[in-house]
Design a protein. Sequence first.
Length: 379
Amino acid sequence: MNIALLGFGVVGGGVYELCRKRTDLSLRRVLVRSDKPEIASIATRSFDDILSDPSIDTVVEVMGGIHPAKEYVCAALNAGKHVVTANKALIAACYDELIALARKNGVALRCTAAVGGGIPWLINLERVKRLDSLSQVGGIMNGTTNFIMDAMHAAPVSFADILKKAQELGYAEADPSADIDGDDIRRKLAISANIAFDTALSETEIPTFGIRTVTDGDIASFQRRGFVCKLIATALRCEDGVCAFVEPTLVSRQEPEAAVPANYNLITYTADAIGRQSFFGQGAGRFPTAANVVQDCLDVLGGKTAFYSVPSAAAKLCADAVAHPYYVRTAVMDPWLTSITADHWEGGVITSAVPVGQMLRWAKERLAADPTCFIAGIR
Ligand SMILES: NC(=O)c1ccc[n+]([C@@H]2O[C@H](COP(=O)([O-])OP(=O)(O)OC[C@H]3O[C@@H](n4cnc5c(N)ncnc54)[C@H](OP(=O)(O)O)[C@@H]3O)[C@@H](O)[C@H]2O)c1
């Protein structure tokens, strides 16, 4: 296989190292936008050098972002080149369009590293579907937020202080919004749900509440009652479509999610015959992620050109199909919240069971009026 790499950062550098050790994967060109002395002999700043080179059969996109990654991926597919990518933003936004283009051109499009970094999650999701019917997917799919929540349970520490530490350790970006506001995990949920249920959910419509406003007081209150709070993504089949949402979730100490340490992920599917299976591991990092990228290349080399799924019609997103109680902490009560209040904890109230979509819409509006508001679903 003759490969061109787009991007030479954390993941691209790992792919380069792993390919160097193999005789069956030859890394011919690397698209860069700044000088990379260690690969000067194969670096180019022109994507056309890659596109017009008939000896390159596979493009590995690890640049990130939607543009120009999408234009490059589409051009590569149209030129009859296989594409392997780790780019969750691109795949979450354009999965159905890119799969259609790959099918039209008779080439492969693989993206195993886009969800769960180094965990072989999508590959097993694809595999289980051959024999079984999936009913639910999701879990802890973002290492940064799990690191923060785990540390806040281990010792009293403010959200701001532990976020700063996560940034110093390289677990959180300088701008941590995509992680702590739930955009990153929502993207991974959209990709997983689309593959699990052969559909095309619109990622941005999935109701989401992040962990930006959690306090050490909230965590102490949860722990006194035997709960652990985690940012959890959920998508399940329902009568009219797919119910999908992302929210801080209180799980009992005995649940597997409660034990997930540091920046690890725990991603789970439930299928009719085999029941529940979970995948635990590093959801990010140079070599774990690069390993999944290179595994995709080896699958393509081995003739695997089938797709994880072929999306049919866009599924209706029914976030109100599931209801459960919530912990809500807000500076000011309002009549709706008062009408559903069933109990009081220090600092917050516990509601009766509320449809998830309804609560997440309310919480989003509430943040505009009370930026300190925090909610958590109770499982
Ligand atoms: N890091 C992880 O653990 C991880 C895990 C799972 C998935 N991913 C996904 O993998 C992808 C890459 O992530 P990363 O962590 O490797 O990012 P990164 O370290 O920021 O690397 C991106 C690389 O792409 C280059 N690049 C960006 N735009 C370019 C352009 N227009 N032309 C040429 N080169 C360009 C950058 O160049 P400069 O060096 O000049 O900035 C950089 O070398 C992303 O889609 C990410 O979501 C990453």
